[in-house]
Design a protein around this ligand. Structure first.
Ligand code: NAD
Ligand code: TDX
Length: 334
């Protein structure tokens, strides 16, 4: 099977490529990635020689057409993915998440190629902290940020291309991922590398916001399950019952690294900060038989801390730049 992975030099895409090479001996993997600030060629080093990496933009229609003509499936991870960046400047989000998805959909339509669309639970907006509800496939779209609005728009393009043109697509909306190779602008690796670099972790607002954490390996396992067994035209929610508030995440990182659990700073809150995400993945579990393997968040976090401790060359060159950028908007409010 020829597999074209967009965004395969980013966090989830690189882990997907590793998993595919390890578990699918018949797969020929090509990665199309623009190698933005979020990509890291070193993330693909473990599979070098076993894949082809093409540096290019998913909005380059001639390139996309040529690559899609020569594949059996497109798995579309490429995106601008960070909410804080989308608040500072949304333009790249419209370009990649909307125009880029459109460009891929036109190519898979033309060449009648199977397509799997990777999306997020953020398309559903947020839930109140005391609301027992969780998102399901039937929840109405209600995105809050430029990031989530462009992801929601990209999902709707996929649904329209399925209905109007019979494109052979599936969609998955997953909750917050953690694990190896995640860019250190994101919450968990930012705080882990803060501790490792002797910087105090930074908690937005009061830290009561809740995220539903899933290990990246469980996400990618679910993606392959949907590709193998999912029904064309359908959407599947991916989640592992991992709801934890942000303050508890920071305290657990501090505890696991042998620091006092109050050794962190409260900083300016994110504008429009979504309160809580929570996924009901009943459909994926009952219809397709998927279940997560990383059910103990604390031990998944401990493994992730070990990965960053053991791979300083991967993240240290990025650290000053990331922290300098945050320091222009973030104020300590202890
Ligand atoms: P990431 O930012 O780590 O990686 C994105 C990759 O896409 C990078 O390698 C980047 O270079 C590439 N890219 C960006 N613009 C491109 C363009 N125009 N053309 C080609 N490549 C381009 O993101 P991630 O966290 O790995 O997320 C991957 C996908 O999963 C995204 O679609 C995201 O919306 C979705 N998702 C992420 C999470 C999460 O917790 N990280 C949760 C649910 C869904
Ligand atoms: O330094 C920080 N301090 C902090 O308290 C950072 C970077 C974040 N936070 C908070 C904001 C969120 O409540 O932590 C939570 C997680 O933040 P992010 O890692 O920025 O993730 P989030 O905004 O929840 O979005 C993530 O999950 C859904 C991914 O970045 C998206 O790509 C995915 O779609």
């Amino acid at each position: 099977m020829r597999v074209l992975v967009t965004g395969g030099a980013g966090f989830i895409g690189a882990n997907f490529v590793h998993r595919t090479i390890a578990t699918r001996p018949d797969a020929q993997v090509r990665v199309l990635d623009a190698m933005t600030y979020a990509a890291n060629a070193a993330s693909l080093a473990p599979v070098a020689g076993q894949i082809e990496l093409i540096e290019g933009d998913i909005t380059d229609t001639a390139l996309v057409d040529r690559l899609v003509a020569d594949t059996d499936i497109v798995v579309h991870f490429a995106a601008e993915s960070h909410n804080d960046n989308s608040l500072a400047d949304p333009s790249a989000f419209v370009h990649t998440n909307l125009v880029g998805t459109f460009s891929l959909l036109e190519a898979v339509r033309k060449h009648d190629v199977r397509y799997h669309h990777i999306s997020t639970d953020e398309v559903y907006g947020d839930l109140a902290l005391d609301d027992p509800a969780r998102f399901t496939e039937a929840t109405a779209y209600n995105p809050s940020s430029p990031y989530s609005a462009t992801k929601a728009g990209s999902d709707l393009l996929v649904r329209a291309w399925v209905r109007s043109f019979g494109v052979q697509a599936t969609i998955s909306n997953c909750s917050n991922n953690y694990g190896p190779y995640q860019h250190i602008e994101k919450f968990i690796p930012r705080q882990i590398t803060n501790v490792l670099a002797g910087i105090r972790p930074k908690l937005y607002g009061h830290g009561t916001n809740v995220r539903d954490w899933i290990h990246v390996h469980d996400h990618n396992d679910a993606v392959w399950t949907i590709i193998d067994k999912g029904t064309i035209g359908e959407t599947y929610l991916i989640g592992a019952d991992g709801e934890v508030d942000n303050r508890t995440v920071i305290e657990t990182i501090l505890e696991l690294t042998g620091q006092p659990t109050d050794a962190f700073d409260f900083v300016t809150d994110r504008p429009g900060h979504d309160l809580r995400y929570a996924i009901d993945s009943h459909r994926l579990r009952t219809e397709l038989g998927w279940q997560p393997h990383y059910t103990d968040f604390r031990s998944g976090l401990a493994d992730t801390i070990d990965w960053y401790r053991n791979n300083p060359d991967w993240w240290q060159p990025l650290k000053n730049h990331v922290e300098n950028k945050y320091s222009t908007t973030e104020k300590v409010i202890n």
